[in-house]
Design a protein around this ligand. Structure first.
Ligand SMILES: Nc1ncnc2c1ncn2[C@@H]1O[C@H](COP(=O)(O)OP(=O)(O)OP(=O)(O)O)[C@@H](O)[C@H]1O
Ligand SMILES: [Mg+2]
Length: 405
């Protein structure tokens, strides 16, 4: 009996010991759990911070890319578009949604057979800049300068290409304008000298011819001959006059006026010619078109030159569309007058020369109309540009500054 109770006590003691041991382990585990939880919380905080930093770097990168005025496109290894920034959307006139996953050739379509995506392999030096003419979504061809670089992942493996490009239209226009001004100045100086030399003897010849005309009044045949000499001299004088207006244009005498009225006046002048050539005329303008400060006489001359050229380019039948509207370019308010014809167009190799004095493709042309026009527009602080497609027609755009009055 005694032995039995001793055994029970022993058992109880063992159990208590085991229980104490278990409690100790539970406490240990509890403190371990607290440690692990604290560690996890700490790691979570680090991770949150890293995610936050990563997101802010990503947002920063994205806003840098989006604020670029130049275009940036990335393509996957198959040449399909994976990313396009706002600059690219603006230059190419496509929205990102329209082009994601589409081949690069769709947005940077070019007639030139260049491998757009070829890139220098060594990847060390910066990629060479190249130039190409591409067709925008609206069909207008523009020059762009671009570079292509490899898009690498962390292991340095190529996962696509990055195309960085800029619209060179304005730069090209400025270069051409500078060249043209240079040519205008030197040609103008040479021709001015010659014209002066011609004018004086011409005046002498005219006086002599008139004297002769009186002397031979009894012979009608001779008189007719001399009459023709005089009218040819007058024609030459007219030529010289228009040349002088090119070489030494008057400063514009500015006054506010409504451009469509000047258009109507000039159209009235050409009415008969337009009718006999069966040219349809369409004249439209913005209803709220502001007035512009111009020299009426000079702008009428511009209009006359443009309408005459359009008429001569159409020979027979066709349509002449004249439109004036208000636009804002780079914060500057402008009035844009467009003169579009459906004539034979201008060959691409002639387009940079048409504003040069004496450039003409017409048997009886002087080649002065557009150079005079160019000078007048320039003196009005405006600009003139042309778009032409051989066989389809030509449009001239005259931009005139519009001040707030
Ligand atoms: N609307 C047009 N369509 C086609 N070609 C044009 C047009 N306007 C100008 N051109 C081209 O530009 C050239 C230069 O034009 P510009 O008006 O300066 O001279 P022109 O018309 O030849 O002679 P003129 O001194 O009598 O005006 C023209 O000869 C023609 O080849
Ligand atoms: Mg002309």
């Amino acid at each position: 009996m005694v032995g039995c109770s001793m055994a029970i006590r022993k058992n109880r003691e063992d159990l208590q010991l085991a229980l104490q041991e278990e409690r100790r382990r539970v406490r240990e585990l509890e403190s371990l759990l607290v440690q692990v939880t604290q560690e996890l919380e700490e790691r979570q905080r680090v991770l949150d911070r890293a995610t936050e930093q990563w997101l802010s770097v990503k947002n920063f990168n994205e806003s840098v890319l989006q604020s670029l005025t130049t275009g940036l496109i990335s393509v996957d290894p198959r040449g399909n578009i994976a990313y396009m920034n706002r600059g690219a959307e603006r230059i190419l006139q496509y929205s990102t949604e329209e082009v994601l996953g589409k081949p690069l050739g769709m947005v940077m379509a070019s007639k030139e057979r260049k491998d757009l995506l070829s890139v220098k392999r060594d990847g060390k030096e910066s990629p060479p800049a190249r130039e190409i003419r591409i067709t925008r979504k609206d069909g207008v061809e523009i020059p762009v300068g671009f570079t292509v670089s490899s898009h690498l992942n962390e292991e340095g493996r190529e996962i696509g290409k990055i195309i960085h490009f800029r619209d060179l239209t304005e730069i090209k226009e400025m270069q051409e304008e500078l060249l043209r001004m240079d040519r205008l100045v030197s040609l103008g100086e040479i021709a001015m000298g010659i014209a002066h030399e011609i004018r004086n003897p011409l005046a002498g010849i005219r006086i002599m011819a008139q004297a002769l005309e009186e002397e031979i009044s009894h012979n009608p045949t001779w008189r007719e001959y001399v009459g023709r000499i005089i009218s040819e001299i007058d024609r030459l004088n007219e030529l010289l006059k228009s040349f002088f207006s090119f070489a030494k244009p008057q400063q514009p005498n500015l006054a506010l006026c409504h451009l469509p009225r000047l258009v109507d006046d000039v159209l009235l002048l050409l009415g008969k010619d337009l009718q006999s050539r069966r040219i349809r005329v369409e004249h439209t303008h913005d209803p709220d078109l502001p007035e512009v400060k111009v020299d009426e006489g000079q702008i009428k001359q511009v209009l006359l030159n443009l309408f005459m050229n359009a008429m001569q380019a159409m020979e027979e039948e066709g349509s002449l569309r004249i439109h004036s509207e208000k636009v804002v370019v780079g914060g500057r308010r402008e009035l844009v007058l467009s003169v579009a014809d459906t004539g034979k167009g201008i060959a691409p190799e002639h387009q940079s020369r048409i504003f040069d004095p004496f450039f003409t493709t017409k048997a009886k042309g002087l080649g002065l109309g557009l150079s005079i026009t160019y000078r007048i527009v320039q003196r009005h602080r405006g600009r003139i540009r042309v778009q032409s497609e051989p066989g389809r027609g030509t449009t001239f755009f005259v931009h005139l500054p519009c001040e707030r009055h």
